[in-house]
Ligand binder design. Structure first.
Ligand SMILES: C[S@@+](CC[C@H](N)C(=O)[O-])C[C@H]1O[C@@H](n2cnc3c(N)ncnc32)[C@H](O)[C@@H]1O
Length: 185
């Protein structure tokens, strides 16, 4: 029998992902401002309880769209509760993906994959699918937690992205993180 360590951050502790302390050292708007514009369609893959999705929804405005996708229904439920009855409800599509399949048909201008790829069993497959979801000349923003992902591990992730048709645009500096922004050729 194959025993696999479950590395997925449980929805029950989503409070550690969305709180005032994190917001103090990682400001979603400041991090994403250079890449998000009004009217864009943005995929937030592994959205959790929506730490980034909510701010992205404000930034894309009423003409834009956010696809907030997560493996765990519990995370999506928390995000749904946060936006219920607000203007943002109309521009956020909640999408439940599978462990190895994102499964959306829309093409996006930008995909955000924040602190998620190290939880995926087959990141190469995810990056391959992302390359067909991100529009040509669109962007992919990947960030991983500094303490969970080594420099070597992150370079390996970047290599997989390059092998799947992306090129490096920038290496943003984000506290406690390793990050890269790539462009789809
Ligand atoms: C550490 S949390 C980060 C959440 C959010 N991006 C943030 O920065 O606050 C990782 C999220 O990725 C999700 N996740 C893990 N594996 C996944 C997969 N294979 N497909 C989609 N989501 C996944 C988890 O359910 C969890 O919500």
């Amino acid at each position: 029998m194959k025993i696999r360590y479950n590395r997925v951050c449980p929805a029950a502790i989503s409070g550690i992902l969305d709180n005032r302390i994190r917001r103090w050292f990682q400001k979603p708007r400041k991090i994403l401002e250079p890449y998000v514009q009004e009217g864009m369609t943005v995929l937030d893959l592994g959205c959790g309880s929506g730490f980034f999705s909510i701010e992205i929804a404000r930034m894309v405005g009423s003409s834009g769209l956010v696809i907030a996708s997560d493996l765990q229904e519990g995370m999506l439920r928390k995000l749904r509760k946060k936006i219920k009855g607000t203007d943002l409800e109309k521009r956020v599509i909640l999408h439940k993906c599978e462990e190895d399949v994102i499964g959306i048909s829309e093409k996006v201008d930008l995909a955000i994959v924040f602190y998620m790829l190290h939880e995926v069993p087959n990141p190469e497959k995810t990056l391959n699918e992302l390359s067909s979801i991100v529009k040509t000349n669109g962007f992919l923003f990947i960030a991983e937690p500094y303490l969970h992902v080594s420099s070597k591990g992150f370079n390996n992730t970047i290599k997989m992205a390059l092998d799947n048709g992306f090129t490096i645009v920038e290496r943003p500096k984000i506290f406690l993180s390793r990050a890269v922004v790539l462009k789809k050729d």
